[in-house]
Design a protein around this ligand. Sequence first.
Ligand SMILES: [Zn+2]
Length: 370
Amino acid sequence: MRIIILTLISLLGGSQAYAFDINPFKKYDGSHELVLNDENTQKAAGVVASIIIHPVHEELTVRSFNLVKERRMPGFERINDELIETVIRGVRWNDDPLNLLPDHPIAWFDNFKNASENSDRITSHYDLFYRSHHHDLQFLHAMASSDQEKAGDTLKAVMMWSEFSYKVASGFIPIHTHLDKMHQFLSPEAARSFKKHFTHDGLRKKWTPAYLFSLKCIREKVGSNLFTPLDCSETDWRPMKKNVQNIALGSLLHVIQDSFSDSHVSRNPEYEGEYSLIHGRSKINNFNAYTKQSFNLHRGADGYPRDFEAAMSEQDLNLEEACAQVISNVLLDRNKSKKGTHWRKTANYLENGVFRIINPNALAGAGKYE
Ligand SMILES: [Zn+2]
């Protein structure tokens, strides 16, 4: 299996944003463990997804929920297994926005590989899967979309996505709002960035958060560079409101989690070695860009963080605490009487804390992963 994994990894080159690993074949069963069921084990054994087998995002998410409960942070009483399970769907969304997994692992791999090989040709007309990993939506992974990008611009895109996903998650943005009406709910700066990334050129105007977070598509490889047209007919057009909101929350947690991946973001204090640390971290020097990185080196930082089992720091940022704070604020805002009131506080916490940058003009780097 190890050989297959390495072969698959070496097939993937190019400029893609791939984060902490996910494992979409595991199911959260409420026992605070991720279990592999038989049916999914077979699928996983299939090819692909040997490249995405450590459920790092998922375990970090479960831990963050446990922290909210242990500390009885505001909103903790709303946490149940169903909530955690749908938030985990959202944590995977950034890596799989077309929901190809777990049903179509080979298609996921074929599309990912194709996007890697053709990353220079991807435009905003391409689907979210191609753009998330290889083009202008790499802020979904707390990364710069090109090596020309300044940290201040990456931060703006990250904050736009944070505001949009937070406001969907907390119920401030109704799930059936058309994307071209988002300016009614977002700050002017976030609205401009949202439009640029999602509805410019008249694209996706009548999409809604409900549709965006429920996409279920398939596009299969039928020849060497030939794919069937993208078919999203299986998308649920009437998803439950709470599911859409929970997926949006998961998507926001994904960005926060990726911002602690050493290959995505260079944070203080600096250290030698190609691995990630999630405790006692501080301000951001650079958002990195994949175009400058070696794919194999990058992946070294996307497995389990080196201090995964270590205690959290008394000072500075701990990934689980950052996620727990955002979860708590979202859950508190779901209380109708206080609708939307914690976004400004959360924005301040993210912009001046979790995503705090030292120099907005710093160009995207490669970190240690050149
Ligand atoms: Zn990611």
